[in-house]
Design a binder for this molecule. Structure first.
Ligand code: ADE
Length: 236
């Protein structure tokens, strides 16, 4: 699977993506290419942005430059990859989206926006022609799409076979079934005056499973009433 990130900050990558299980999979299970948008600027000063028509603060990324960078990224693929544009104006990213993206064996291209935005025409063009999806990682605004892109890559790779051999754990985990995860404990049995819940030491698998489910329900009810409502709805 090839993941290509299109950015004006190539030096931010692979960054955190070179660590942990994901990092171990680079070059084996997945590959990362970075396209530096600045290489596609047409003037001597490598201009990638300009002032917005109609006025307003900040700068807007130029459509011609972004388009050429995206075309270059596309040339790495035989078939159509998933194409994603990181923007706070997108649909909110979820485990379900990650699972869908990871089904495309070609991989994905992720465009990172910066400044006040990207010229709308190049967004419209790529949406229409290549079904590019606009994706936000949540209702807050970062300086750019690079960290959001890392979030998307990390999450998608958890669904790609090879990295997570223990697929069950992705299924069981938070959000896969609309409930947050139950608490986990390891040795020592007593730490700082706190004991591991005795049911986990009972060896009774049925009891342990119902305790885990009950804990999941409780934490979801307490901290995420929105997820709790969805869980209840889905079960009815
Ligand atoms: N760029 C800036 N903020 C963002 C967000 N919340 N999600 C995706 N891309 C972004």
């Amino acid at each position: 699977m090839l993941i290509t990130v299109v950015t004006i900050f190539p030096e931010m990558f692979p960054g955190p993506l070179s660590h942990s299980l994901i990092g171990k999979g680079i070059g084996r299970i997945w590959n990362l290419k970075i396209v530096d948008i600045r290489n596609f600027a047409e003037d001597k000063r490598n201009t990638v942005d300009d002032t917005p028509y109609g006025g307003g603060p900040g700068m807007v990324m130029k459509p011609d430059v972004v388009h050429e960078a995206m075309n270059h990224a596309l040339s790495f693929y035989k078939n159509k990859p998933e194409i994603v544009f990181m923007t706070p104006r997108g649909g909110v990213f979820s485990n379900k989206m990650a699972k869908d993206f990871s089904k495309n064996h070609e991989g994905m291209i992720i465009l990172c926006g910066r400044y006040e935005g990207v010229d709308q025409r190049v967004i419209d063009y790529w949406k229409k022609k290549y079904e590019m999806k606009e994706v936000s990682i949540g209702d807050y605004v970062l300086f750019g799409g690079e960290i959001p892109a890392m979030v998307v890559v990390d999450t998608c790779l958890r669904f790609s076979s090879g990295i997570m051999n223990n697929i069950e754990s992705t299924v069981e985990e938070s959000f896969s079934i609309d409930l947050l995860e139950y608490p986990q404990y390891t040795k020592p049995m007593t730490w700082n005056g706190y004991d591991v819940p005795s049911v986990l030491l009972s060896g009774n698998h049925g009891k342990i499973a119902s305790w885990k489910l009950e804990q999941s329900k409780q934490v979801t009810r307490d901290v995420r009433p929105d997820l709790w409502a969805r869980f209840k709805n889905n079960r009815e």
